[in-house]
Design a protein around this ligand. Structure first.
Ligand code: ZN
Length: 209
């Protein structure tokens, strides 16, 4: 997990997920960030999460690795050099409180180990991504399935927006949003991330009590 620079995430980028949480579907990309300390590899080992702070929801997401500085108009394939799968862990009870107060999401989204990440593979191109679903299996049972065709904002729109507002360069990674099916993890859950039928990575959850 070296050479990761900024960790950008797209919120509410799948309509059914926005709706399942009772959120409005956004009209422009909703971007937040996580500290790099949040990133941890899904290498089969146990990962400790702050279960003492309320429900911790999994959000399985396709993650892009930026290989080259973004320039307006440049094709996605020239900027993105890798894809991985990840889980954007969210302290949902904490997030609900923060939303009520109008406070930033950081405590709900940026805690240690909140950004699970598999190893990156070479970017297969947008069309190939459209032909392959990604999914999350919990203890062997599929709980989330997504395809980039269902994203509200596509890769090009996300890259363009992040670059325009925050900058985007080599080593940045982007969690591109989660499909429907999020729920709280339980202590001992085995979470496995699949690209089609290929397992990209897995981990075991240890909830702090
Ligand atoms: Zn997310």
């Amino acid at each position: 997990m070296n050479n990761i620079c900024n960790v950008f995430c797209v919120g509410r980028n799948y309509r059914l997920h926005a709706e399942e949480l009772g959120n409005e579907v956004p009209t422009s990309p909703m971007i937040f960030t996580k500290p790099t300390y949040a990133v941890v590899e899904a290498n089969g080992k146990e990962i400790t999460l702050p279960g003492d702070k309320g429900d911790v929801h999994y959000e399985a997401e396709l993650v892009l690795h930026i290989g080259k500085a973004f320039q307006p108009g440049i094709p996605v394939e020239d900027v993105v050099d890798g894809i991985a799968l990840g889980i954007d862990f969210t302290l949902r009870d904490v997030q609900s409180e923060l939303k009520k107060k109008g406070h930033p999401w950081l405590p709900a989204k940026g805690f240690r180990n909140s950004a699970i990440l598999t190893a990156f593979r070479p970017f297969p191109g947008i069309e190939a991504c459209k032909t392959t679903d990604f999914s999350l299996r919990r203890n062997g049972v599929e709980v989330q399935r997504g395809n980039i065709q269902d994203m509200i904002f596509d890769f090009a729109a996300i890259l363009q927006f992040i670059n325009e507002h925050f900058g985007l360069d080599t080593g940045d990674i982007i969690y591109t949003g989660t499909p429907a099916g999020v729920a709280a993890v339980e202590n001992g859950d085995k979470l496995a991330l699949f690209w089609g039928e290929e397992k990209f990575g897995e981990c075991i959850i240890a909830l702090r009590r």
